[in-house]
Design a protein around this ligand. Structure first.
Ligand code: FMN
Ligand code: 173
Length: 420
């Protein structure tokens, strides 16, 4: 089989374009160290990344990103769920050329990795959303912009340039404002809409509560609202003046719009469908019945996610629910996964259990904290290189090869000090 493949596709020693890019990153690290005494800006060890970020961040920012809801039982469950699955590698297969590309909603993407929507990035580094969107574009990772951001929809689009980008909606109470946000996202080249359902109010988060820390009340992370023409007009009518004049009042007004504790209902999705042309993806789905409701209401995709254990503590590990959900709806809409992805092998496991793509959250933000946009880029490139290399070592040539035959469920779990 390999000889016929070689005949069809003469193979350079460097492999495909994709492999050159991802694999070359590992070689570059060794070469920079050997030849120039230059070492990675950010640790390549997934289990040291959080600690390194901690040493760089003010405690409030560190607690915000690293913290979870309640006693962090769901954060633990997210990692333990990965440990219950192990790879079973295959040998002597033609895997020197690997292809990480995937298709989502009719578009081709370079790998199954997307940047998760993460709010208020200014509290981690001055490079913030615009910096991260810029480097994501450089490495072909789609950037998902949060509604709770410290850069505007327009600023991020500009920084992201020709890169792929999606928009994540925290769904305002006021329909006029919702429609305005959708129009701005459409006009600025965001091609898919992610509607986050699990954070219509903030959970009980002890790490933030103990320091009484919430950035939005002081105007940080409200840039989407403050730059929105409809929000501004309504604010001026109600209070007189601009959000910049009355930061406290405007912040409370904006937080009330998006995190008021008033949830929407399934039927209201009709409004989003009416005002958005592209795919609509519901984020925060954990129950197979909700996945079926997403199908019933005409959604194009779901993100199986528990928000990285930041919302309902005591909720099941996100990966645990993935197979049931894929079984229920996998042939009817696109299933994407997040919560707990730390390594290349984690990505293979999620794909093998039926996800079509995954989102990376905290690791990229730790990279941003340690080294700004270059640090975040290094973390994402590292995860991609690890994915590429792990696929090769497991005998997997392409994303379709990341299937159930490559993994086994095991009885032992492993302790929480290691990531696999
Ligand atoms: C600091 C921080 C802020 C986040 N902000 C948002 C957000 O604005 N919108 C959203 O949908 N999810 C948000 N998330 C959740 C992520 O999109 C993703 O679901 C989560 O980080 C996955 O867990 P993991 O990072 O532990 O893998 C945030 C996560 C973190 C850590
Ligand atoms: O902190 C989060 O998890 C989150 O989703 C969020 C909520 C409000 C503002 C910014 C981010």
């Amino acid at each position: 089989m390999s000889s016929s493949m070689n005949k069809q596709q003469p193979q350079s020693v460097h492999g495909t374009q994709e492999q050159r890019r991802y694999g070359a990153f590992q070689n570059k690290i060794y070469r920079d160290g050997l030849l120039h005494q230059q070492f990675p800006l950010v640790t390549t060890d997934p289990n040291k990344l959080e600690e390194q970020a901690k040493s760089k961040l003010p405690p409030t920012s560190y607690n915000y990103v690293a913290g979870g809801a309640g006693e962090k039982a769901t954060m633990d469950a997210n990692r333990l769920a990965f440990r219950q699955w192990k790879m079973v590698p295959r040998m002597l297969r033609p895997t020197t050329q690997r292809d990480l590309r995937i298709k989502l909603f009719g578009e081709t993407y370079e790998s199954p990795v997307l940047m998760a929507p993460v709010g208020v990035q200014t509290i981690f580094h001055e490079d913030k959303e615009t910096g991260l969107a810029e480097v994501c574009s450089e490495i072909g990772v789609p950037y998902i912009l949060s509604t709770a951001s410290s850069s505007s929809i327009e600023e991020v689009a500009k920084a992201n340039g020709n890169g792929p980008r999606w928009y994540q909606l925290y769904w305002p109470q006021d329909d006029d404002i919702t429609i305005s946000l959708l129009n701005r996202a459409k006009a600025n080249g965001y091609t898919a809409l992610v509607v986050t359902l699990d954070t219509w109010a903030l959970a009980w988060r002890p790490a933030d509560l103990d320091g009484a820390y919430i950035p939005f009340i002081k105007g940080v992370g409200n840039r989407t609202g403050f730059t929105d023409p409809v929000f501004r007009e309504k604010f001026a009518k109600k209070y007189g003046g601009t959000p910049e004049d009355k930061v406290q009042q405007a912040s409370e007004e904006w937080v009330g719009e998006v995190f008021s504790g008033a949830a929407h209902t399934w039927d209201q999705l009709a409004l989003l469908k009416k005002h958005w042309d592209g795919p609509i993806i519901l984020k925060g789905i954990q129950h197979p019945e909700d996945a079926k409701l997403a199908v019933k209401h005409g959604c194009d995709g779901i993100i199986v996610s528990n928000h990285g254990g930041r919302q309902l503590d005591g909720a099941v590990g996100s990966l645990e629910m993935l197979p049931e959900i894929v079984e229920a709806v996998g042939d009817k809409l696109t299933v994407i996964f997040d919560s707990g992805i730390r390594t290349g092998v984690d990505i293979i496991k999620a794909l093998a259990l039926g996800a079509k793509a995954v989102l990376i959250g905290r690791p990229a933000i730790y990279g941003l904290a340690v080294g700004g946009k270059h640090g975040a880029k290094q973390v994402l490139q590292g995860i991609l290189a690890d994915l590429d290399q792990s696929m090769g070592l497991a005998g997997i040539q392409n994303i379709a090869g990341c299937n159930h035959s490559m993994i086994r469920r095991v009885q032992y779990g492993g302790d929480l000090k290691t990531s696999n």
